[in-house]
Design a binder for this molecule. Structure first.
Ligand code: AP5
Length: 214
């Protein structure tokens, strides 16, 4: 899944994961887990994430390679937020070549800047699992501040403050478009209009996946 910050990659990847029975592997979630556990990798990554800039490729690649060698990834995964630079995309292809895999499809969720700002400003996340994502206006929980699924407290991400959001959009979109070009050149990219309801975007993604599988 490729897309700007706040485009709905995480929301959609969680739905696809459940529907397709494949693990949802999100580089941002993996980093935040390291930060919460206070690991050396988490300490290094936090310095970049809190400023809204990309974590250096060498820190990202080891993290993803480790996750892809977990037994549950053997049948494939839904990658969310990785690769985010052209060197990451090239490194992923090299890794998959060694392990006999391939990128079956790249799904680009495209959303305009104004919607991204609104989505990130109102996002609330479950403190028990990051796959449960809400929005103050478009997807409010039934009980304010509590996850509908497990009742855990909802929180706002530190990097969702307006200043860091602006940096994330300004700094991270140019390399993202290089990834879009990379997969377009390889004939595996499908762009989906993400400025629609969650259900409509999900239908479009499932349709694209069905086409990639044929
Ligand atoms: P990461 O956690 O990957 O953040 P991101 O890419 O900025 O994406 P988000 O998680 O913010 O948004 P999303 O697209 O998943 O949207 P969501 O579904 O939540 O990365 C964080 C940081 O880690 C980066 O800034 C970077 O520093 C570092 N990092 C991570 N990976 C890296 C890499 N590979 N290389 C280098 N650095 C890396 O939805 C957003 C909101 O919108 C929610 O409230 C949701 O309810 C709502 N919403 C979703 N869909 C819709 C819809 N269709 N209509 C209305 N509202 C919707």
């Amino acid at each position: 899944m490729v897309g700007p910050p706040g485009s709905g990659k995480g929301t959609q990847a969680a739905m696809l994961s459940e529907r397709l029975g494949l693990p949802h592997v999100a580089s941002g979630d993996l980093f935040r887990s390291h930060i919460r556990r206070g690991t050396p990798l988490g300490t290094k990554a936090a310095r970049y994430i809190e400023r809204g800039v990309l974590v250096p490729d060498e820190l990202v690649l080891g993290l993803i390679e480790d996750r892809l060698t977990d037994p549950d990834a053997a049948q494939g995964v839904i990658l969310d937020g990785f690769p985010r630079t052209r060197p990451q995309a090239e490194a992923l292809d090299a890794l998959l070549e060694r392990t006999g895999g391939r990128v079956a499809g790249a799904l680009f969720v495209d959303v305009d800047r104004e919607s991204l700002l609104r989505r990130l400003a109102g996002r609330r996340i479950c403190s028990a699992t990051e796959d449960h994502v809400y929005h103050d206006i478009s997807r409010p929980p039934r009980v304010a501040g509590r996850c509908d699924i497990d009742g855990a407290e909802l929180y706002q991400r530190d990097d969702d403050n307006p200043e860091t959001v602006r940096t994330r959009l300004d700094q991270q979109l140019p390399p993202m478009y290089e990834v879009v070009d990379y997969y377009t050149d390889r004939g595996v990219l499908t762009a989906v209009d993400g400025d629609r309801s969650v259900a409509e975007v999900n239908d479009a993604l499932l349709h694209a996946i069905a086409q990639h599988s044929t």
